[in-house]
Write a protein that binds this ligand. Structure first.
Ligand code: ADP
Ligand code: MG
Length: 698
């Protein structure tokens, strides 16, 4: 079986071509168990007639040539040939056009009956490697680009979701008597994924068109392009040391700061000050050859003079000095080096050379390196704050954040810490050694973290990123903000951290494949994080809305249905009970509209009744801005019986103290019903998908 593949590939490469002709491509597909219309090579008119007679009519003739890739554009396809004469004259026509153009004959094949035309393809993404594409064929792919992608290998669930994801899915499901065999498409996608996984020499593949029927499918045209470049480099495929060993990076017993300073305003002052001022209980060693102590702590001239092998050494010396310092760290038995100095790959060739040197030093010693050009780690669970910017008091928290950029470890925190409690913030900078995938794996395992946020400019872990992200998303929600979406954004990225952003469509698909929740912007990411970290997941898709303004209740109802949920329905008994506590003028039972007379106590009584309903999976409560403060104690004291509650307060930014206090009470506050419904929708989707995955696994 594989014999054919090797033979066909060897022959093509021997002839100096990477393009496999239709009959060759289809042979490979058929060997892999895929259904095609066949393709028999015939090199004369007589030959073609003989094959056609054997196949039975009607048949199709197509030119076979090493030089013709788009056969019909060049006039090399003859469809629906009904008899021997038609075949004979079609052969002569094709021959007259292609005789001088590398024609080796024609392919004779069955004429497929009409069905839904789809396209299946394979291509290579520079970040994620081989990806498979699925979409509706014909004008749908050309004009609407209605296609979906997944990284190879795909699971059955991936196959299912990539089919459902295209806009034309309802057409496949069945419309006016036309329908497509979804299970057959799934098995086709899985077989192609298998084939490409087995044969890494396959670079691209085009199956276009594939006809899908109410039962089964057939591939009418196929071309495969081989890859002659060298296989994936060893660095890409080398097994990662894994994140289990990263505990000491996040929970160090001892930290040295090389370049710790007594001069206020210097980064070496900031970092050491941060470590001193957040209650870190481990041992601290400032290293500075020109000082006997730093900020009151005994200093050492070199890491080699520090009396123990520290867990973490933070490096703040100029880039050009880092190789020597890192070398000394390794010699002194340091387990993790955190290089916060800037001036590396982002500054051109010399920086890149230094980076290569650093990498080879730490690899040689089995030491791990974070950065360079990063802002270290924050772990509020053990008072570790390594930021280059001074960070004020932080609460312990359950939110993890992974970011390339240091602004998340200081700038954003300044305000965010008032409403969001972070557990771990890991900045990865140029991610020379440790990258986002390592951080995600480690933070995913951390028992103190319930939700992970990621800010990414690109992904270096490739396929491993998907596997790790998928595993972590099963346990806790992962919200990701990926920038560099537009061409302009991409350029900004490469000048910023010397990384190239990948293709956005592939990223979107990969995030979906990995079960990640994609945020639009920072606001959206932290809006999601506030809810995920403070509230339980919705019990079901039924939402109960309480509002003081009819218009906001209606807006909530609309937004709820736009986000894949619905208004919950109370039983007749609960409706009666509710009616007894509602003022006479309140008519609706969901949304409940109290008008401006709404009071905290009315809201409490309403929730206490609604919460008894099985159909109520979550609450949205819209409150008057001017009396927001009056609600805080009441809402805090209600037993929601495991259901989430999100608050909506128009113009919340102008009652910031009350908003902060409400957030501190564990209830996230949004400015509009639309924002609240969108967040709730993401929470429900996360819960639903996780349940779905569990089912598929059993
Ligand atoms: P190319 O893509 O190289 O131009 P194709 O083999 O896809 O050539 O043929 C062009 C079109 O002819 C297809 O899009 C399809 O509509 C039709 N066609 C090709 N092969 C068959 C077949 N075996 N049965 C029915 N229609 C076919
Ligand atoms: Mg084609």
């Amino acid at each position: 079986m594989t014999g054919n593949f090797e033979r066909i590939a060897a022959q093509a490469l021997g002839e100096g071509r990477t393009y496999l002709m239709e009959h060759e491509s289809k042979r490979i597909l058929m060997d892999a168990g895929l259904e095609t219309t066949g393709a028999h090579l015939a090199s004369s008119a007589d030959d073609a007639v003989r094959v056609a007679n054997q196949l039975g009519y009607p048949v199709v003739l197509k030119v076979l040539s090493k030089d013709v890739v788009h056969k019909s554009d060049a006039g090399g396809v003859r469809l629906n040939l009904q008899d021997a004469d038609a075949v004979r004259s079609a052969y002569h026509e094709i021959e007259s056009i292609f005789r001088e153009r590398g024609m080796i004959g024609v392919s004779v094949q069955r004429m497929a009956s009409p069905g839904i035309e789809v396209i299946v393809g394979v291509t290579r993404d520079p970040t994620f490697g081989p990806v498979i594409m699925f979409g509706l064929g014909g004008i749908f792919v050309e004009i609407l680009r209605d296609v979906s992608f997944r990284s190879i290998p795909i699971s059955e669930m991936d196959a299912e979701s990539m089919i459902r994801e295209i806009r034309g899915y309802p057409l496949l499901r069945g419309y006016r008597g036309i329908s497509g065999d979804i299970d057959a498409i799934k098995s086709m996608l899985l077989r192609i994924s298998d084939l490409v996984e087995k044969h890494s020499i396959i670079k691209e593949m085009d199956l276009n068109p594939v006809f899908v029927y109410p039962r089964g499918y057939t591939i009418a045209d196929a071309r495969i392009i081989l890859d002659i470049s060298s296989p994936a480099s060893a660095a890409d495929t080398a097994p990662s040391p894994g994140a289990a060993g990263l505990r000491g990076l996040f929970y160090p017993q001892s930290i040295a700061v090389i370049g710790a300073s007594n001069t206020k305003g210097k980064l070496g002052w900031n970092v050491f000050y941060n470590l001193l001022s957040h209650g870190y209980k481990g041992r601290l060693y400032p290293v500075n050859p020109n000082a006997s102590d730093v900020q009151g702590v005994r200093a050492y001239p070199s890491i080699k003079d520090v009396p123990e092998a520290v867990d973490v050494a933070i490096v703040l010396v100029p880039a050009s000095l880092t190789p020597q310092v890192v070398q000394d760290c390794c010699a002194a038995g340091v387990k993790y080096v955190v290089v916060e100095s800037a001036g590396f790959a982002e500054l051109g060739d010399e920086g890149k050379r230094i980076e290569r040197e650093l990498l080879s030093i730490v690899r040689r010693h089995g030491c791990r390196l974070l950065g360079p050009n990063c802002s270290g780690i924050i772990n509020t669970n053990c008072g570790v704050v390594e930021s280059i910017g001074v960070v004020d008091e932080l609460n312990r928290g359950n939110v993890g954040l992974i970011a390339q950029a240091g602004v998340y470890a200081a700038g954003y925190l300044w305000g965010l810490r008032k409403v969001l409690d972070f557990g771990i913030i890991a900045t990865i900078g140029n991610k020379l050694d440790l990258n986002e995938t390592d951080m995600l794996e480690a933070i995913g395992m951390d028992e103190n973290i319930d939700v992970v946020c990621m800010y990414l400019e690109d992904v270096k872990g490739g396929r491993r990123f998907i596997d790790v992200a998928r595993e972590v998303s099963r346990r806790k929600p992962v919200v990701v903000l990926k920038t560099g979406r537009t061409e302009a954004g991409k350029r900004a990225v490469s000048s910023h951290t010397a990384s190239l952003a990948g293709n956005d469509e592939i990223y979107s698909s990969v995030f979906r494949q990995a079960g990640l929740i994609r945020a639009r912007d920072n606001d959206h990411m932290f809006a999601l994080a506030r809810a995920f970290s403070k509230q339980p997941l919705p019990a079901n898709d039924g939402v109960f809305v309480i509002s003081y303004a009819g218009s906001l209740g209606v807006a909530a109802a609309d937004a709820i249905s736009m986000n894949g949920m619905r208004l919950a329905e109370l039983s007749p008994e609960l409706k009666d009970e509710l009616r007894r506590v509602l003022p006479k003028y309140v008519s609706g039972m969901n949304p409940v509209d109290f008008t401006f007379d709404q009071t905290p106590d009315q809201v409490r009584r309403t929730i206490e009744i609604a919460v008894k309903s099985e159909d109520v999976g979550s609450f949205i409560v819209v409150m008057q801005t001017e009396i927001l403060g009056a609600y805080i104690d009441t809402l805090r004291s209600i037993d929601y019986m495991g259901r989430p509650i999100l608050a909506v307060v128009a113009s919340k930014e102008f009652v910031i103290d009350d908003t902060i206090e409400m957030e501190r009470a564990g209830i996230p506050v949004y400015s509009t019903p639309e924002q609240a419904a969108e967040v709730l929708g993401a929470m429900w989707m996360y819960r639903k998908e996780r349940g779905w995955q569990e089912q598929m696994r059993h």
